[in-house]
Design a binder for this molecule. Structure first.
Ligand code: ADP
Ligand code: MG
Length: 390
């Protein structure tokens, strides 16, 4: 068990909290505030426990001086000011005397947001190479470090792993919730245990497949991914998305896990025709799973005790190709199956299709969750101190 935010006293202490405030911004306006809202619980906990709160986050990619202008956290600062019931300040510097003065004059219950940590990537990538002197410098500004940036935890950067090396530390509420819930689904011993995968490319998901297939009872495959497996089984998949480099991998997978892998039996083409897999022609492009497949998948999902969903069943951004994804979610919801949704687009599809409150856990960390599901430790979380065993 990792130490959590509740394991320290904060009165009068300077606390750095690393959040994931990497929100989408268009023309200076934030288009989705979810990450800001989700970060408020831990920040408010620190405020309510009389800390001097220093908030850090990255935003976008910063590779040149030009990138800095587009990726300032200033719009996020305005939102924090709006949502937090206390004084909130903004430091334009990520290092230097202005930042140090602002930290020194911070009072209990006040908040200071520091500019985008990735400004330190220009010119020498100090943030993303976890530079030791930068890590020590940031750690020197505070007494305690809280890591609540789950979405960044698959990266070992100065602002998470680096600072944690030099300060007493703990995870925040968001990270605690993510790892507890994902571990619950991965580790509980209930069966049937089903993994349903889709999305675009099989190459993005091979490490996830390799890890999960050993433990699950069924792997259902839809989305764009299924066409590489169908082609490997000898079907003509027309012009559907295929990853030719992974045909051989797919053949081996199908051979080794014949009993576990279930592929679509029909699909919906881009020109909206339902076709059995064996009837696909050279010009067909598969865009969604078909009704017989939905039925077949639903029969397995409805009797499953736990399910991991990674990747939508079709091009859900375009109607009517959201149907397969929607029907699968409907089945999981109606049968109250313990369901973990992992993956950036999967989480987006659950929300846009109206199932945002219907599952055991919808993970917010796209890349981080995929790495965790592939069995890799997350460096941002590994580095955090363990609770002392009683
Ligand atoms: P996640 O982010 O949940 O891991 P991916 O990034 O792997 O998921 O895949 C999401 C994308 O896959 C979506 O943009 C969706 O349009 C696309 N997709 C799903 N089915 C197909 C298909 N049959 N052909 C092409 N793209 C597809
Ligand atoms: Mg994605």
């Amino acid at each position: 068990m990792k130490k959590t935010i509740k394991d320290y006293e904060y009165t009068g202490k300077k606390v750095i909290i690393r959040c994931d405030l990497n929100v989408p911004i268009k023309d200076g306006h934030i288009t989705d505030e979810t990450r800001i809202k989700e970060s408020l619980e831990s920040i408010n906990y620190l405020i309510n426990h009389n800390a001097k709160v220093i908030v850090m986050s990255h935003l976008g990619k910063v590779k040149t001086e030009e990138d800095k202008k587009e990726n300032t956290l200033y719009p996020v600062y305005l939102k924090l000011k709006k949502y937090l019931n206390t004084k909130v300040y903004f430091s334009k510097e990520t290092k230097g005397s202005l930042l140090e003065d602002m930290v020194d004059s911070l009072k209990e219950k006040e908040v200071l947001l520091v500019e985008n940590t990735r400004y330190e990537d220009v010119p020498n990538k100090l943030e993303s190479t976890c530079d030791e002197s930068l890590s020590k410098y940031w750690a020197g500004l505070a007494d305690i470090f809280i890591d609540d940036a789950y979405g960044a935890s698959h990266r070992a950067h100065a602002s998470n792993v680096g600072i944690a090396k030099y300060l007493p530390n703990a995870v925040g509420f968001l990270v605690e919730k993510e790892i507890t819930k994902i571990d619950n689904v991965l580790k509980e011993n209930t069966h049937p245990y089903t993994v349903i995968m889709g999305g675009k490319k099989i190459s993005d998901k091979i490490i996830v497949i390799d890890n999960l297939i050993k433990k699950c009872d069924y792997l259902l495959v839809g989305g764009g991914m299924c066409f590489t497996l169908l082609k490997a089984s000898g079907y003509n998949v027309g012009m559907s998305i295929v990853d030719d480099e992974n045909i051989k991998y797919s053949k081996n997978l199908l051979k080794n896990y014949e009993d576990k892998i279930i592929l679509p039996i029909d699909i919906v083409t881009k020109d909206n025709k339902i076709k059995d897999i064996s009837d696909m022609q050279d010009e067909d492009i598969g865009y969604d799973i078909g009704p017989k497949t939905i039925e077949k998948f639903s029969a397995i999902l409805s009797k499953s005790k736990r399910v991991i969903v990674n990747g939508p069943m079709g091009v859900f951004e375009e109607k009517p190709f959201d149907n397969g994804t929607k029907e699968i979610y409907k089945c999981l919801k109606e049968n109250k199956v313990k369901t973990l949704i992992g993956g950036g687009d999967s989480a987006a599809s659950v929300n846009t299709l109206g199932f945002g409150n219907d599952f055991y856990h919808i993970s917010t960390g796209g890349g981080a969750t995929l790495e965790y599901l592939s069995g890799k430790p997350l460096p941002g979380i590994e580095i955090i101190d363990n609770k002392r065993e009683k």
